[in-house]
Design a protein around this ligand. Structure first.
Ligand code: SAH
Length: 488
């Protein structure tokens, strides 16, 4: 390398290290995608995992915040200002800007997590303006915009060779300070597909403008509310009747409105309307390539115990046990967490036999390089006990890490077989609050996986309409469903 280039690199390096020693961090403006957490990009997620401070928009799916570090500071923009549409919203934006700068100057890795794509009606330019002014380095990471999610979720392509070769994104709600509309509705009428953001409340006015400038009253219109969420709803109409339909259906934001001939394709391509819709209330994540559309509504979450005194006591003496019986994958997870916490690891289990209640527990054990010695053919407490009748476990010491609400049948069963059982709480089942309002009739089937899931569901949503199929995994779940009178 030439000495000149060497000198240049040295200078650059100096500038960079000076900046770091200045203690000012780079700011990332990241798109979270609209609606469901699954639409964030891999790159955005990688950055999110490292953030010290996340300043997020109120529409962002809160599940994304689970990916942040334990000690990351999480700040919702909603708390900083009043209603987004209130007069105070400029102040609101200024407060966000000031906060971003303050945190970056403290040397923290700051993320502005914005709904959808930051560059589409996301006030990106105001925030970047501020960072340029304050000489703070930044990077923008794109996200899926609501129009794309609405298109995918309703089967309406935004462009289509036959119907539209252009598409325009329009803000339906405009800055009240502007007074006169900045949108050239006349010109819009001549474009292909029109996609409206923030337009639910002003739909009546927009329809009037379009008709005034000569748009055909029979032009097809779709409203896609809550795109990519479990509550997603699509309403189809024409310019003539859509405002009335939206009112009758009480459509509330956020929603995307698609206007144009492409909407006619909905009838043919709306895969969600054509398929069987299954509501899965268990904890397991999304299932792919099953027939039908799978909607995941976990009703409980798993949390650690507040006190592990008793549990850790058993672990310290774990070598004294002949068997450890794992009755769930969470039992496995928390067992190993605590083992590490008290300074032990898998080597402590060398002489112990291990049983798993079913396949997902067996797979979780494999993550810790443990192959289960026993997995019953029938994945249930009864199935597990049945297998143990084939082995002599009289006087054998068994450790059972369990949840705070698991059924007592396993305990009783092992005691009946003459084993010396020690059961201890490894984790808690906590009922989820803030469950969404659902139109139960929009599902064909609801699947329950645990008695607590059944109870929480009935408490929140009441009994299911008769025409919906109900499925239950495990005998105890079915028993509870019968008790709560939701099984057929
Ligand atoms: N930057 C965002 C848009 C923010 S403006 C993006 O790229 O998507 C807020 C508007 O986005 C809402 O009024 C609504 O029109 C739309 N929007 C956001 N989330 C949505 C969702 N899940 N379904 C339908 N529209 C949504």
């Amino acid at each position: 390398m030439s000495p000149v280039r060497n000198k240049y690199i040295a200078k650059l390096y100096k500038a960079k290290t000076e900046k770091i020693s200045n203690g000012v961090s780079k700011v990332y403006l990241i798109g979270a995608g609209p609606g469901g957490a699954g639409l964030i990009t891999v790159r955005a997620l990688e950055i999110l995992r490292q953030a010290d401070v996340v300043i997020y928009d109120y529409l962002v799916d809160k599940k994304l915040l689970n990916y942040t570090k334990k000690d990351a500071e999480l700040i919702c923009c909603d708390k900083l200002g009043k209603n987004r549409y209130s007069d105070g919203f400029l102040v609101h934006q200024e407060r966000i800007d000031a906060l971003v700068v303050k945190k970056a100057r403290e040397g923290k890795k700051v993320i502005r997590l914005k709904n959808g794509d930051p560059s589409t009606f996301g006030r990106l330019s105001q925030e970047l303006d501020n960072l340029v002014k304050e000489r703070i380095e930044f990077e923008v990471v794109s996200g899926v915009t609501a129009a794309s999610a609405a298109s995918a979720g309703s089967g309406i392509p935004l462009t289509s060779r036959k119907f539209a070769s252009s598409c325009v994104f329009v803000a339906g709600h405009e800055d009240p300070a502007k007074g006169k509309s900045a949108v050239d509705w006349d010109a819009l009428n001549r474009s292909g597909t029109i996609v409206l953001y923030m337009a639910v409340e002003s739909l009546g006015r927009i329809v009037k403008e379009l008709l005034k400038y000569g748009k055909d009253k029979d032009t097809a219109v779709a409203i896609v509310k809550d795109a990519s969420l479990i509550t997603q709803k699509t309403l189809i109409g024409t310019l003539n009747d859509i405002a009335k339909k939206a009112k009758a259906d009480k459509i509330k934001p956020p929603a995307i409105i698609i206007i144009g001939n492409v909407v006619k394709l909905e009838k043919r391509f709306n895969w969600l309307k054509k398929t069987r819709r299954i509501l899965f209330t268990g904890l397991s994540k999304e299932r792919f390539f099953i027939k039908g559309a799978y909607f995941h509504l976990p009703l409980i979450k798993i949390e650690p115990m507040e006190d592990y005194g008793e549990f850790d006591g058993y672990l310290r003496d774990i070598k004294a046990f002949d068997w450890i019986v794992f009755s769930s994958r969470y039992g496995v997870e928390y067992f190993f967490k605590r083992l590490l916490a008290i300074g032990l690891d898998a080597r402590a289990l060398e002489s112990i036999k291990i049983a798993a209640i079913g396949n997902s527990t067996k797979m979780r054990l494999l993550d810790f390089s443990i192959t289960a010695d026993l997995v019953p053919k029938i994945e249930s407490s009864e199935g597990l006990l049945e297998e143990f009748t084939k082995i002599d476990i009289k006087e054998k010491k068994i450790f059972l890490p369990r949840s705070d609400i698991s059924d007592k049948n396993l305990n009783k069963g092992f005691e009946k077989l003459g084993a010396i059982l020690s059961a201890s709480y490894a984790y808690r089942n906590v009922a989820l609050k803030d469950l969404p309002n659902l139109d139960l009739n929009s599902f064909n089937e609801v699947v329950f996986t645990s008695p607590s899931g059944v109870r929480n569901f009935v408490k929140r949503y009441g009994r299911l309409p008769k025409k919906i199929k109900k499925s239950f995994i495990g005998e105890v779940t079915l028993k509870e469903a019968k008790r709560c009178r939701i099984s057929d």
